[in-house]
Design a protein around this ligand. Sequence first.
Ligand code: NAP
Length: 285
Amino acid sequence: MIPINGKTQILGIIGNPIAHTASPQMHNAMLEHLSLNYIYIPFKIEPNQLQNTLTAVRAMNIKGLNVTIPFKEQVIPFLDALDISAKQVGAVNTIINQNGHLTGYNTDGSGFITSLKIENNTDVRDKRCVIIGAGGSAKSIGFALLEHGAKSLMILNRTLTNAKALKSNLEKYYQAPIFSSDFQDKNQYDMLQEADIIINTTPIGMDPHINQTPIEAFDWVLPQHLICDIIYKPKETLFLKKAKEKKAKIGYGYGMLVGQGILAFELFTQHKADYNLMKAEVLNR
Ligand code: NAP
């Protein structure tokens, strides 16, 4: 237990709901391990109290916050500055308070890239990538893949207009070829087979709908594919099970959660976080 005294600095997470969050366990375990005099607290915030919350963060000198659903975008007008990661994605998951000046960051996408390096020994540079889905997490992962040198990106989504919108957004910043398609596209399995890394960013397969997969067929899967899910409940989705049966390499959804956490921790404290220690906290819940 971290001893709390007059010098203890406060970190936390704001969201609604918040009861499910793994972040307090991850961060407090890391703070304790490094004997840092901070405490990390979950705050359930009502949507009409968001502005007051940010005022209180300044008034009470809360050093840093993580931000989760539904506030990642809504929080932006109340901040003083945005890091490029948050500016591109249009969403913030980490806030740093420097003497009342609040800067928003987004460590979700780079957290995913970090987890691929640590869990799968994989660098995305020059890799052909497919993202299934075109929502908030697809956006942060898409930016991070291209920022880290992915060779090409295919966005495969239920609603083609949403895939096209994400493609146009990414093309404003990056030169790499970006394609968009939907599940009606007869070539979807050829595109998947030609890729190196395939990532499910849809909620399909998430508890309690654990018998569903975002795509129907798996005969295209080869052992050289790295197939990832960002769903972490269940730990192994049916999508990953099917990929494993085909001997593909797989990336678990907890990786992105831990990856964004270690990067946020480093922004909060300027101390290096231990991926495996924070991962153990997520897996032992
Ligand atoms: P989101 O912004 O709502 O986007 C959801 C995407 O999934 C959209 O592209 C949507 O397609 C597609 N989709 C939803 N239901 C579908 C269905 N029944 N069939 C086909 N496509 C469907 O959601 P998000 O915030 O990106 O989150 C997505 C998932 O990622 C959730 O399961 C969440 O728990 C997980 N997640 C994990 C982490 C982590 O750290 N591991 C972080 C964030 C999120 P349309 O465009 O057609 O609507």
